[in-house]
Every structure is written in C-alpha cells, then in structure tokens.
Design a protein around this ligand. Structure first.
Ligand code: AMP
Length: 210
C-alpha cells in the first residue's frame, strides 16, 4: 500500500498515519518530523528550513523533493508507505509522479478551519519521537509525558494561533488544489472528521475498504 495523506494542519494526519502504519505494517514518512529532526540537529536542511517552519510557510520544493526521494529509496519503503505532509504543492506532486511511483490512494481528511483552530490549542507533541497528543481528545497516559519514549511533551512553536492562521491560508492556497490533482487521476478518497481519534480511524478504514 502506497498512500498519501492530505488535509490541513491539525487534521490529525500524523496521528492517523501512525495508527494506519502500525496496522498495515508499513513506515510513515512524515516530512514535518524529518524537518523537525533536521532543525534539531542543525543539519544543512534544518538550517535552511527553520525560518520557513517558524513562520508557518512552506519549505522550498527542491529541499522537500530531494529529502523525500532519498527517504523513499531506503529499503524499509520497498513494501509500501504512508506519506504524511508531502506533497503539499503541485510541484511536489508532479515531482513524485516523475519518479514513477504509483500511489494506491490519496486520502484527504476533511475538517473545517473552525474545528482546526479549536483543536490546535490543545495539541502537544513529542520533540524526540514526533508522537502527537491532544490534552482532551487523545491525552498521553501520564500528563505531559510521551507514551512512546518518555520525553516531555511540548506545544510546537508553529501551533501558536497566528501561525496556525497562516498555515491554514497556505494550505488552502497551495495544498488544497492537490485534491483535484488526485481526483483527476482517480486516486482521491475523502474521510470526514468525526469526534475522537478511534472514530476517525474507523471512518478511514471504511473509506479504504479495509
Ligand atoms: P507538519 O508537521 O506536516 O505540519 O509540517 C510542519 C512544517 O514543516 C510545515 O508548516 C512546513 O513549514 C514544513 N513542511 C512539512 N512538509 C512540507 C512539505 N511537503 N513542503 C513544504 N514544507 C513542508
């Protein structure tokens, strides 16, 4: 299964990608997590990406395309993968297509801007392994501590309300047109957001027919 997850920031792509990845036994390739790791370890990609990320802007296509192509060439991707957060522009989608990769599905999580704004304030993320929680709808077992690796959870800098507003504007302008791109190719499926992480997973599994 080669799947693309689409949807605005805060739609739950990261959370659902992890659940689906475990269920299907395939890796999740999250460009956001890869970039955050690169920023943390001060790699050349990280140094280039940081100012864009802090402002809620997109990192330049060529950086993302090179980073993703490298990652998809690794052996664990041979049996399929879930792409979370890439492509985010038509140029990225075309670049993926040019590599000859055939995707099975582009799944879009549908959620309104108002729902996003409300949920982003409660989001907590693990700076070490990238796991994502929500103080109300998906809390960790122990408050403020990552279930997966025990690190202290943080509010991401780009989850601040002003930055979220910009990220949503960028989503509508740059990423939403990808739905049409994949619809034209017969690959688009949509899953409506519903309350609760498990309920969303159930909607997605039904949509995918698995
Ligand atoms: P995410 O964790 O997917 O919300 O990504 C966090 C930030 O990383 C985004 O707001 C962008 O600045 C950057 N980013 C992640 N993926 C991409 C991408 N495919 N293209 C451009 N920028 C990206």
């Amino acid at each position: 299964m080669k799947m693309i997850l689409l949807g605005p920031p805060g739609a739950g792509k990261g959370t659902q990608a992890e659940i689906l990845g475990r269920r299907l036994g395939i890796p999740v390739i999250s460009t956001g997590n890869m970039l955050r790791a690169a920023v943390k370890s001060l790699t050349p990609v990280g140094l280039k990406a940081k100012s864009y990320m802090d402002a809620g802007e997109l990192v330049p296509d060529e950086v993302i395309i090179e980073m993703t192509n490298e990652r998809l060439g690794e052996p664990d991707c041979a049996g399929g993968y879930i792409l979370d957060g890439m492509p985010r522009t038509l140029a990225q989608a075309r670049a993926l297509e040019e590599t000859g990769v055939e995707f099975d599905v582009a799944l879009s999580i549908e959620i309104t801007d108002a729902e996003i704004a409300a949920r982003m304030t409660g989001r907590r993320s693990c700076p070490d392994c990238g796991a994502v929680y929500h103080v109300e709808s998906n809390p960790p077992k122990s408050a403020g501590v990552c279930d997966e690796c025990g690190s202290e959870l943080v509010t991401r800098g780009d989850d601040k309300p002003e930055t979220v507003k910009n990220r949503l504007a960028v989503y509508h302008r740059e990423t939403e047109p990808l739905k049409e791109f994949y619809r034209e190719r017969g690959k688009l499926k949509t899953a409506d957001n519903v309350p609760g992480v498990e309920a969303v997973t159930a909607v997605i599994l039904r949509t995918l027919g698995i």
